[in-house]
Write a protein of this length. Sequence first.
Length: 531
Amino acid sequence: MATRAFGPATAAVLLLLWIMIIASLLRFGFNLPSIDLRAFSPEYFHFTLGGYARILALMTGIEIFANLVAAYDGTRAQKSRKAFGSLIIIMGTTSLTMLIVGPAIFALADVNNAEVSVFTQTMDQLLPPWVSYLGTLTGIAVLLSACAASAQGLQNLSLGLRYRHYIPANFGQKNHYDVADRPVWLEVGIVIVCFLLFGTHEETYLALYAAGVFILLSMTGWAASKRLWRELRQKFAASRLLSLSGTITAAFLTTAATFIIFSERFFEGAWSYLVMVPVLYFAFTFYRNRLGAPTSVEDRLGLLVAEQRYLPEFANGENTSEVKLKRILVPLNGSMLAEQSLPMARHLADVFKTELILASVNEDKKAENAGFNEYLERTAGLISGETIEVQCIVGDGEPAQEINRLGQENAADLIVISTKGGFEIENLFSASVSQRLIEQTSLPILLLRPTDDLTSRFTGFKKIIVALDGSEESESVLPLVKKLADKFDNEVLLISVPEGAESENYAVTMEKYLDGIAAGLNSEKHGRRFY
């Protein structure tokens, strides 16, 4: 909705500005503002800096508005051309408005009237009432669509930060509407708190906005200068020297503008960056160190597609026999929910002639393990048979960690575990044992979600969905999938859900990658893609 409304609303504002320009020319003629060097004298220099800061904020707002209008469709080259064209149109119109309508505002508006902006006062006097009313509604529409565009930009930023491991995965997770809603709710909460604590005075948020934009512009300018200098040192060229000179000049100008804004608007809101920047830096650093650097999935995908090497071990089926199910671990805690995994585990043990390992975890260090051992032995007696060997083990400590440890130490090939029907994998604040186990272990997990329907506790593996993102971690499950597919003669559906900061060619590359994986599974029935 925001993408549809923002363009027409911006066009309506441009039309309103041109109406104001024409009305000013009809009433006052072509009357440009006079240039008075006394503006730079000590007596008035403070007001000059304040006006300069406002113009900087206005121009950066124009640049952002221009890019927002063009940011929703087309290739990167098309978006760039649209953004540049929008920038020229909006900046040209705004510049003419300041030069021509500015003197009219100075002549007609009452600067002492704090209830109504000087632009609205001038609009009310230059235009018919109904046009002025429509202009106000247009301004409101632009602000509303800009808020929606801000939320959309924050969602995309969160997906990018999640993809680069700077924020928790659940914070940038998309909901069932295919949007990352948590960052938007956080934004709404911050706005409410700021309005309650600091009020709604526009000067406060103008300072925040302008300071933030120019901090980013300064950082970008110096980063680009550093990159261009490195390229120039590697190979000298006149064009590179010219680009470096222009970039350094722009970086100096934006840095100077940043200092001016901070000195002029420090106590009106710019001071908050001295708090926000360190907090965000430490938060991003904490999660990056905790989650580690992301793997270069797109680079790996490009190499796989270019070299046409997907799963060589599956190319001829010779190595499939190496993938064996020798031991299946079944965590039990005495509950009926946990025991719902036993029929499926026993079925797999029958089919693949594997050993079952029944495991319990004693969370209370003071309690004896005798009760757990007795429970496991009794359960083992109910499911064991001539073809099934059952082993019972008990661990001590945190359940998810212990199950992972027991699985690793006993060389389990698969963990079969039941979970709640209301299980949500993105809910880290009330994570179940099964969810924490998923996050900690590298062993394959067969997760069952039993309900009152009997069929939910058993499956014939007629259709298997495999989620792949191009990483080696996601591919690690394929040997087991191949084993199940060959044994149960079923269909395998390969899916990929692009999410994060992938390039515009990511979908095409992923499609070729999935085609290669499907071909590697070596069966017409196996490996159909599913969208």
